[in-house]
Design a protein around this ligand. Structure first.
Ligand code: F6P
Length: 407
């Protein structure tokens, strides 16, 4: 057995699930247990399981056969330790989370998640004094400090296959089909699958669009004899007016936060139910929250939204008179088995995580950069988001082959 400074770790998965989580759990646990003799504790349902003390040691058998399995055997949630809905109230459960980790002799909490998870883990370290480590997971690929997050490659494959399939039916019916792709407020998933699937129009949040520009492009295509079009639109895409309004809102919010800070008031936004908006991770923070009582228990959920692609398809149909259809890929993009690349990436990240834990390196994210995995201080990661630069090579290539970005 190789020497290890860490004897016991806890693993949790937090935020939206994605293919590769199980492969990463497997890699960390196998290497930590068999190579370094660490005890590995699996924590259920993200930070909620930590707060509710739902955790148990993992055995070699528990983490066998996981490489190809989608989802997460540990379960996940979007709950934050410092703002956790408990019995209808939002409570700071940081101390309870830390106490539970200590009770199980956990020396480092390994958190598999996206930007929100990194923030929560960082906060646990800063406020609770417990060591943490994160691995970048998200189909959005927007985690700062890493070139790739696991789950992204699989989602790109799924979205690309969908675009391929939409091509054949759109061609047969001479229609335009608007395909909505996830990605939260980043355009990576739409950009890469749009490029790989040869989408005619690619709309991403980073490049605000103008409806008329898309309409003109679609009509030009039609006049040139191409009677179908595929429009790949990111769920967070905005037209130019919306983008301007969003910028103004952001500035006002920042001003208000600063004003409250100066006055020493709480900077957390409250919703109509007294639940703070930020009680859930940021992927859903901007959606209306509803609180109801179900079977005598208070539950909070985000109201289901109409796919933005429906609105866009209607508008383009009105503008051009061309028949339109809508496909919203939704959670299909997060399901099923990970691609070979994601499996290999998870194994690389997981093995590096175990090595770093054995060395006693904590409070870092294990990042993938230039084909290798390396630690990046969590402080350099949190509060930042990796978005698509306007002049990214994939944007330029897309423009080069004639795709319209709506601007
Ligand atoms: O962050 C991953 C992601 O799939 C985003 O692309 C999407 O906006 C969000 O999660 C969906 O969240 P939920 O599963 O809570 O609906």
């Amino acid at each position: 057995m190789a020497k290890s400074k860490t004897r016991c770790i806890g693993i949790l998965t937090s935020g939206g699930d994605c293919p590769g989580l199980n492969a990463a759990i497997r890699a960390i646990a196998k290497m930590a247990m068999t190579h370094y003799g660490m005890k590995v504790i699996g924590i259920q349902d993200g930070f909620r399981g930590l707060v509710e003390n739902r955790m148990a040691p993992l055995s070699d058998l528990d983490v066998s056969g996981l490489l190809t399995r989608g989802g997460t055997i540990l379960g996940t949630s979007r709950d934050k330790p410092h703002q956790m809905p408990m019995g209808g109230k939002l409570l700071d459960m940081t101390d309870v989370a830390v106490e539970n980790a200590r009770r199980h002799q956990i020396e480092c909490l390994v958190c598999l998640g996206g930007g929100g998870t990194a923030k929560n883990a960082y906060r646990l370290w800063q406020k609770g004094g417990i060591n943490v480590m994160t691995l970048p997971k998200t189909i959005d690929n927007d985690v700062f400090g890493t070139e790739m997050s696991f789950g992204f490659d699989t989602a790109v494959s799924i979205a690309t296959e969908a675009i391929d399939r939409l091509h054949t039916t759109a061609t047969s019916h001479h229609r335009m089909i608007v395909c909505e792709i996830m990605g939260h407020r980043a355009g990576w998933l739409t950009l890469q699958s749009g490029l790989a699937g040869g989408a005619d129009v690619i709309l991403i949040p980073e490049i605000p669009y103008q409806l008329e520009t898309i309409g003109d492009y679609l009509m030009d295509r039609r006049r040139s004899g191409k009677r179908f079009s595929i429009i790949a639109v990111a769920e967070g895409a905005m037209n130019q007016a919306e983008a301007e309004a969003s910028e103004i809102r952001k500035k006002e919010k920042a001003k208000e936060k600063e004003r409250k800070k100066q006055k020493g008031e709480s900077t957390e936004a409250m919703d109509a139910h007294g639940l703070k908006e930020s009680g859930v991770d940021e992927a859903r923070a901007e959606q209306p929250l509803k609180v109801r009582t179900v079977d005598h228990e208070q539950v909070a959920y985000h109201v289901v939204q109409e796919p933005m692609a429906s609105r866009l398809a209607r508008q383009l149909q009105d503008l051009t008179g061309v028949e339109a259809r809508v496909t919203s890929l939704g959670h299909v993009q997060r399901g099923g088995i990970p691609t070979a690349f994601d499996r290999a990436l998870c194994t690389l990240l997981g093995a590096k995580a175990a090595e770093l834990l054995a060395e006693g390196t904590y409070n870092v994210m294990v990042a993938y950069r230039g084909g290798v995995c390396q630690p990046v201080p969590l402080a350099d990661v949190v509060g930042q988001r990796k978005i698509v630069p306007f002049d990214h090579p994939m944007v330029l290539a897309g423009r080069g082959v004639g795709s319209c970005f709506g601007d």
